[in-house]
Design a protein around this ligand. Structure first.
Ligand code: 6CS
Ligand code: FE
Length: 310
């Protein structure tokens, strides 16, 4: 007697077991953050009390020239090599812009490039991440967002943590993104926009996560994004800041800081390398949406290599 196996649709994690429920209710909600922002102390790294207080308050720190142009020359050559690698373009690590055949992002760059791996382990970056997260760290995700001239499409407002919690199973807000400018980030070529203070609130989203959502969301995220009323409230409270700077400027932003960026209709690419440091004490668990985990090149769950061992 043949039987039809009914694939029961996976259930999201029970509400009482999920501190940050999202995409389970039919209306959005803003709740308070339940995790510390700064886990380390001023004596434990390069950031002084004032810098730590600024990060606690705003949810990001901007460094205009943390890295020097001469130490990034090989990285910029690598950026051009990777962008022009047609074979790489055909791999799942490469995300193509929704409207053109241009490369939008390349993920897990630290796994295919020794030069980019070395940048993830840069002592200045690692020391700041370890201090902010109060522990050793590993790379949860690395990517180049090319935001090419004329063809760089927007990244709509979102909290990275909302996606990493729901779709990757990141338990707590104990991760930080580090965005390194590899071309000039100008006021008009689609620089990062951040909402100061937004990291202290969790904005739940409406709409069930579809299977393989990343195949759409990494091109144009339309689900797992905050509603306009919640965004209006966050902006009313904190405004919008758009850090710009030359090659080598670096922005550290907390995993739950609301951010986005506009399209780039100028001739000047806004190509940044993003490395996401997660605390070694915050390893991924099963995704809270109940679906299978996203591929390892988007969120590391197999080999948690401390950055000092990269
Ligand atoms: O889903 C993610 O992991 C990616 N999506 C966005 C819009 N930002 C973080 C990350 O690159
Ligand atoms: Fe993001």
């Amino acid at each position: 007697m043949s039987h039809i196996s009914v694939q029961a649709s996976p259930l999201p994690v029970a509400p009482e077991a999920d501190p940050y429920p999202s995409r389970v209710a039919n209306k959005p909600q803003i709740t308070a953050r339940q995790d510390p922002v700064v886990y380390g102390k001023a004596i434990e790294g390069p950031l002084d009390e004032q810098a730590l207080a600024q990060y606690e308050e705003n949810g990001f720190l901007q460094f205009d020239a943390l890295l020097q142009l001469d130490e990034l020359e090989s990285v910029i050559q690598e950026l051009d090599r990777l962008r022009q690698d047609e074979a790489l373009k055909a791999t799942p690590q490469c995300v193509i812009e929704p409207e053109s055949r241009e490369t939008r992002s390349i993920f897990a760059v630290h796994e295919i490039s020794a030069i980019m791996r070395g940048l993830c382990a840069h002592p200045k970056l690692a020391a700041i991440a370890q201090q902010l997260l109060g522990s050793e760290v590993y790379v949860h995700q690395s990517r180049i967002n090319f935001k090419q001239g004329f063809h760089g499409e927007p990244f709509y407002w979102h909290s990275d943590f909302e996606t990493w919690h729901v779709e990757d199973g990141m338990p707590s807000m104990r991760a930080v993104s580090c965005s390194i400018a590899l071309t000039a980030n100008l006021p008009y070529n689609g620089p990062l926009m951040l909402i100061p203070g937004s990291h202290r609130h969790f904005v739940s989203c409406v709409g069930e996560t579809p299977e393989d959502h990343y195949k759409q969301s990494l091109r144009r995220q339309e689900l797992g994004v905050p509603d306009e009323d919640s965004l209006t409230q966050l902006v009313r409270n904190g405004g919008v800041v758009s850090p710009t700077g030359p090659v080598g400027s670096v922005t550290f932003f907390e995993c739950n800081t609301m951010h986005g960026s506009n399209s780039n209709i100028t001739p000047y690419p806004r190509s940044n390398f993003f490395v996401v440091y997660n605390s070694i004490e915050n390893p991924l668990v099963d995704p809270f949406c109940g679906l299978p985990p996203r591929p390892n090149h988007i969120s590391e769950r197999q080999r948690l290599i401390r950055v000092k061992d990269l």
